[in-house]
Design a binder for this molecule. Structure first.
Ligand code: THG
Length: 274
């Protein structure tokens, strides 16, 4: 499972306080480095950076975040922005020896598609493909699936390797409709069946937005989605129980030969006290 650590996001609040946004505005490198190091040590493969709340200051902030995260950890970065100016500055500052960059994200919206595709090709990046187009986000699962398939075909025709495409079916809060999770699981399975070499990723913490005991819903959704073929997640790697469940689920799904990773994590103490 590819883990994309979500915690460096200026929209994140801790006890109602926009702590990440404040750190970015004040250029508090130590605060950001600590978030990067803790996620990396907890098992994040990629560190996602998102400065979307800063609007006009976003390009400069994303470039700064790129440099600070690179100083802190030897991990590749997921650039979480629809803003071409921010992507341009951040990718220019990025050192590819950290690993293949990930662009989060492209959509089938004509303007966003044509703005973001050149970066994907120029930087040979992995790319998250959101299942939406100029008509917006389709609520009907069959329609949303059709949008995702169209986007995969377009990217592939443009020369993006299937293995670099991460389809995101889009996660709606379960509070917005009792069938949104079931629909999402259905889309995950159908994408995997149609394109076995394509990856499926989701921002799993969105499922619990506005609900009590959010972690519980995030954990349950992660296990369910993995069971249907999800192989990457934008999530909080500092939720130890979530990470433990992911290792256990990988082993049970036959994605961990001889349970080697599960056993290694156990020896490293990942399950202590759980
Ligand atoms: N798909 C893709 N990218 C994404 C999302 C997605 N990027 C942004 C978002 N969704 C994923 N990142 C987050 C980050 C934080 C939270 C949810 C999704 C979140 N944070 C809690 C809060 O703000 O209240 C705080 C919890 C904590 O302590 O971390 O909910 O879907 N491609």
């Amino acid at each position: 499972m590819l883990i994309v650590g979500e915690r460096i996001n200026t929209s994140r609040k801790v006890k109602g306080e926009p702590v990440v946004e404040r750190a970015v505005v004040n250029r508090d490198a130590d605060y950001i480095k600590d978030l990067a190091v803790k996620q990396f040590e907890a098992g994040a493969t990629y560190i996602d950076i998102n400065a979307g709340t800063l609007t006009s200051g976003e390009p400069e902030a994303l470039e700064w975040l790129t440099k600070v995260v690179m100083e802190a950890v030897d991990a590749p970065i997921s650039f979480d922005t629809p803003n071409p100016a921010a992507l341009a500055r951040a990718l220019k500052a990025y050192d590819p020896s950290k690993g293949q960059p990930m662009i989060n994200s492209i959509t089938a919206e004509s303007e966003r598609y044509s703005n973001v595709l050149p970066f994907v090709l120029d930087y040979k990046a992995k790319v998250i493909a959101l299942a939406m187009d100029d008509s917006g986000i389709q609520q009907d699962p069959a329609k949303r699936l059709a949008v995702a398939k169209n986007l995969v075909e377009k990217l592939s025709d443009a020369g993006v390797p299937m293995d670099d495409i991460y389809v995101d079916p889009l996660t709606f809060p379960i509070g917005t409709g009792s069938d949104v999770a079931v629909a999402m699981l259905d889309i995950i399975e159908k994408i995997k069946a149609e394109y076995p070499e394509v990856h499926v990723i989701a921002g799993l913490s969105n499922i619990s937005h506005g609900m009590p005991a959010r972690k519980l819903l995030n954990q349950a959704m992660t296990v369910l989605a993995m069971g249907r073929g999800l192989d990457a997640g934008i999530l909080d790697p500092n939720d130890r129980y979530l990470m433990a469940l992911i290792y256990a689920t990988e082993a049970l799904l036959g994605r961990d030969e001889y349970c080697m990773n599960y056993i290694t994590k156990s020896r490293e103490g990942a399950f202590e006290g759980l």
